[in-house]
Design a protein around this ligand. Structure first.
Ligand SMILES: [Fe+2]
Length: 510
């Protein structure tokens, strides 16, 4: 005999053993797996134990719990099963009532075998179609979550996105999200009236969240209905309004980073196993998005470390520029903030500020630290630093998008700068910005060949070079910014003495 997978699993509920036996025989012969019980409470017990039942075929008239009562209990619970009710001719109204309560169909008694099989097959076909549609819609939900999460890289937006997806897809009356921070599990977000007003429920939810975080298995807790016993170790929730709870670990590669608990009140249908599975998949995707965000932040910090150590390498050689790069980076992003630049541009500007003079690593110290004006030959060597900087960073993949800023930070808008002699808008915009704050920082700091200039003098130099060396509106904006009180904290003047009337070329060696 060939072992064939049963077509579906059917539970037959009837107090009359002869009819029970007949149904069992007919349905087994037709290829279905069957269970039989003699009353409603046993049916509920079996449903609790056996998770794969697709259809309940139940008699209407039974002592104790009637077929209708059984149907009501099933619809209150979390079982996703279809229901076919067998009724006598006299109870046609009850048959209609059973349809209203959610039965898939009814079968008037007495019936013949083919009639029973026809009804069963029709219900199961509709069930398969419904499941296929549901699977598709769940896939769409997961895809939507995944897409929404993938566009975000910081934890705060990820958490908000996750919560809004959960709200949309699970309609909970309470959400509690727990995340691990410094090796303890903390409640990150708690939402919903039930949780806000009920401290006992809150601590019950926390204990549950902690256990699922440790055990790493999702769980459905049914709190209402006959034949339903809360088998979770926390016991039933200390709040009669809660009807069902689903909870899933947020874990990746067997490492838990948190857990999420969703509560439903009595006025909504209880959560089902299918919803639990969907929440579990959501949680897995979320864990991987959280992990990406963590790795991204780590990489960003590492990059910052790398660029800082690059800058320190330059400053070790050129003693007078100590702190120059960091201040140029701060000034540049301050000006960027005034202009409302995007976060990406701000990041570029900061990195370029730190690294703009990296090419000075390749300039002899005798030139860098010369305590007098450079000769023409020496100045020509010094002018190679943008090109050297670009060559150094060209070898890294991370800094590709700041190379043009580094390379062109000594261009003048009138075309008299170096290395290319570009004019106006031919010069990358961020390089034009950097040029203004770089000059300002250089002139307000002590250098090997001169002391720091007073701000008033620097202001005059910048104003007179606006439209020639620097883009005019950028100079105007920058001069406005340095007058603001908040600028004082950004700017630490180097050196008290000042040389008035220094020329532009004195102001900036390189
Ligand atoms: Fe420079």
């Amino acid at each position: 005999m060939v072992d064939v997978e049963p077509k579906a699993t059917i539970l037959i509920v009837d107090d009359e053993s002869s009819l029970r036996g007949l149904c069992e025989e007919v349905l087994s012969d037709a290829g279905y797996a069957t269970h039989t019980v003699g009353d409603g409470p046993s049916a509920l017990q079996l449903l609790n134990k056996t998770k794969d039942i697709d259809l309940v075929v139940s008699d209407l008239r039974m002592p104790g719990m009637s077929g209708l009562d059984l149907l009501k209990k099933i619809k209150e619970g979390s079982w996703d099963v279809d229901f076919l009710i067998m009724t006598g001719f006299s109870s046609i109204e009850t048959a209609v009532e059973s349809m209203r309560l959610g039965a898939a169909d009814y079968l008037p008694k007495p019936f013949n075998i083919s009639h029973l099989l026809l009804k069963v097959e029709k219900i199961l076909q509709a069930r398969r179609n419904r499941k296929d549609r549901k699977k598709l819609s769940n896939l769409v939900r997961i895809l939507n979550l995944s897409q929404a999460m993938n566009t975000k890289l910081d934890m705060k937006s990820l958490v908000n996105e996750f919560l809004s997806q959960v709200q949309k897809n699970f309609a909970p009356d309470g959400i509690a999200l727990f995340l691990e921070e410094k090796s303890s599990l903390l409640p990150k977000v708690t939402r919903g009236g039930l949780l806000r007003t009920n401290p006992r429920l809150n601590s019950w939810v926390k204990r549950l969240g902690e256990r699922i975080f440790r055990q790493q298995l999702p769980e459905l807790i049914m709190c209402k209905g006959e034949g339903i016993a809360c088998s979770n170790s926390e016991g039933p929730p200390p709040e009669p309004l809660v009807s069902s709870v689903i909870v899933a670990p947020i874990a990746i590669r067997r490492k838990s980073v948190g857990s999420v608990v969703l509560l439903r009140g009595n006025d909504k249908p209880a959560y089902t196993r299918e919803q639990l599975q969907l929440l579990n998949v959501f949680a897995v995707h979320t864990a991987s998005a959280f992990e990406n965000a963590r790795l991204y932040a780590q990489m960003r910090d590492m990059n910052l470390e790398v660029i800082r150590s690059f800058a320190q390498a330059v400053e070790a050689k050129d003693v007078y520029t100590r702190g120059h790069s960091e201040r140029v980076a701060l000034y540049a992003t301050h000006l960027g903030g005034r202009l409302g630049l995007s976060q990406e541009d701000m990041n570029r500007l900061y990195a370029a500020g730190i690294l703009h003079d990296i090419g000075k690593i390749g300039i002899p110290e005798s030139i860098l630290n010369k305590p007098a004006k450079l000769t023409n030959e020496e100045f020509a060597v010094m002018q190679r630093h943008p090109e050297l900087g670009r060559a150094i960073l060209y070898q890294t993949t991370t800094f590709g998008d700041i190379l043009p800023i580094i390379y062109h930070h000594h261009e003048h808008v009138d075309g008299t700068g170096y290395p290319m002699g570009l004019r106006g808008e031919e010069i990358p915009f961020l390089a034009r910005m950097l040029s203004v704050v770089d000059a300002f920082e250089a002139m307000t700091s002590d250098r090997a060949y001169r002391k720091a200039l007073l701000v008033e003098a620097v202001r005059e130099i910048l104003a007179s070079g606006a439209g020639r060396q620097w883009q005019e509106d950028l100079v105007v904006l920058w001069l406005e910014e340095i007058d603001k009180p908040e600028f004082a904290s950004l700017h630490r003047y180097n050196g008290a003495s000042a040389i008035f009337g220094a020329s532009l070329s004195d102001g900036q060696h390189g």
